[in-house]
Design a protein around this ligand. Structure first.
Ligand code: SF4
Length: 455
């Protein structure tokens, strides 16, 4: 620890990439206010657990993580424990009663105050709940940020909050109304990230397609993509979390025509039966979701299509589930995430009758995943023999891994690389030689030099 550091802080960051960005902003804020960042909890004086609470399993994981650290706090090995993020944002006061070992609870709107809050906690001055209902702090390019992921692959939050009415989702109540970042702030951050070594930029928001709607000039996501497409040094721009009914032709054409924006679309469709889509308040029908899949495939050459579905939503009959399976069989998505429905306090779905028994929801979850595994085994096998650029993520003795443009970080598997091991962040030509479960194997060719990167 630097001799003048106030204390060493360890972070445990849970949940999605949006939460990871909040962690990075808190780390930046603490580092600029005299704290040292500990790599291991054993070396720390204080710990911040940044939590997720969007579904039951995420909440359980967050509570388990807090309880693990709480033991260290109780035994005195840690001098302060702070719980931040979605969990206190949602249940601040209740948590404070149940978790007396925790010194402070910081909601999603109070991240910028993490340093003074920790100062107080370490000094034993107060035990506080710092939560503003329905407000989330949205960082910009001026906020210091310490990346916790690899430098060559960065996330960039383009907006925060959500105004959609999806019946199952607690996010609007937790993260508040939708707010976009300014385009010039995003371009400036993209440049900063490129200067810091980022080659891949993953754009995240709760609803990326809504970007710009709340800004006075009312720009749209295609405008932002065109501006980011000009940023030198970035090779891959990846779009995550698109809302299906908001994908217009201009967006499809922009993705197809861009140099750096990847032909990769992540569009959570959630279900495929009209009854379920209506009950979920998605504003979509089975027919227009089918039409969307066709439009995306026709409009974006070489498209990788990722989606997510929810099984066990209230009222989901066996017929609804089979309709969903038929759709998955027919659409042959490249990647599918499947969530089991859980009642979320304050949502419209929690009040709905027709709850699906847990065991039944588990069976549907298992079956849909197994179906997608079969499809994916075929789509991955079809890639063997192809040439494709690989972004190297990790180089260790005897093991190098990377990803294709079709693989988003953390969720879409990796490519195991053979050949001249290079360094992380390099874009190398790969020859795909095999499939390993949800992953691929490839031989590395000569290092790629051409700019911009091939898609
Ligand atoms: S679009 Fe729907 S599912 Fe996504 S964050 Fe908004 S309300 Fe939740």
């Amino acid at each position: 620890m630097p001799p003048d550091a106030k204390a060493r802080v360890f972070f445990r960051s849970l949940g999605c990439p949006k939460n990871q960005l909040d962690t990075e902003v808190m780390l930046g804020s603490l580092a600029t206010r005299g704290y040292a960042i500990a790599e291991r909890i054993e070396d720390a004086d204080a710990c911040v657990v940044n939590t997720c609470s969007f579904i039951e399993s995420a909440r359980e994981e967050s509570v388990d993580a807090i309880l693990e650290v709480a033991d260290l706090r109780e035994s005195g090995r840690l001098r302060a424990l702070v719980v931040a993020g979605c969990l206190p944002q949602r249940y601040g006061a209740e948590l404070a009663k149940e978790l007396p070992e925790v010194d402070a609870f910081v909601g999603t709107g109070r991240f910028p105050e993490i340093a003074p809050i920790l100062d107080d906690a370490l000094a034993g001055r107060s035990r506080g709940v710092y939560v503003d209902a329905g407000r989330t702090h949205l960082y910009d390019e001026r906020d210091p940020r310490i990346p916790i992921g690899p430098r060559h692959s960065a996330y960039m939050k383009i907006a925060e909050g959500c105004n959609r009415p999806c019946a199952f989702c607690a996010i609007p109540g937790i993260r508040g109304r939708f707010q976009s970042r300014r385009p010039e702030s995003l371009v400036a951050e993209a440049r900063q990230l490129a200067e810091g070594g980022a080659r891949e930029l993953n754009l995240v928001a709760q609803d990326s397609t809504a970007w710009g709607w709340d800004l006075p000039e009312r720009p749209g996501l295609p405008d932002l993509l065109r501006a980011l497409d000009e940023v030198e040094g970035i090779d891959w721009i990846r779009l995550l979390y698109l809302y299906p009914t908001a994908i217009g032709d201009e967006l499809v054409e922009t993705i197809a025509g861009a140099q750096r924006v990847l032909p990769y679309v992540d569009v959570p469709l959630q279900h495929a039966s009209d009854a379920m889509l209506r009950a979920m308040k998605r504003g979509a029908t089975a027919a227009n979701q089918r039409e969307l899949v066709e439009r995306l495939r026709a409009g974006i050459p070489g498209l990788t299509l990722r989606t997510t579905f929810i099984v066990g939503f209230p009222g989901e009959s066996e017929a609804d589930f089979l309709e969903l399976c038929d759709f998955v069989r027919e659409a042959r998505f490249d990647r599918v995430g499947v969530f089991r429905y859980s009642d979320e306090e304050g949502t419209a779905a929690a009040e709905l009758p027709g709850k699906v028994p847990r065991a039944e929801a588990r069976r549907r979850h298992r079956e849909l995943l197994a179906l997608q595994r079969e499809i994916m085994a075929e789509t991955l096998a079809a890639q063997v023999g192809r040439e494709a650029p690989v972004l190297v993520d990790r180089v260790a003795p005897g093991l190098a891994t990377g990803r294709l443009a079709s693989q988003a970080p953390e969720i879409d598997g990796v490519v195991f690389l053979r050949g001249e091991a290079t360094e992380p962040g390099q874009l190398v030509p790969g020859h795909i030689t095999g499939v390993r479960g949800a992953d691929l194997e490839a031989e590395i060719g000569a290092p790629a030099t051409a700019q911009p990167a091939p898609r």
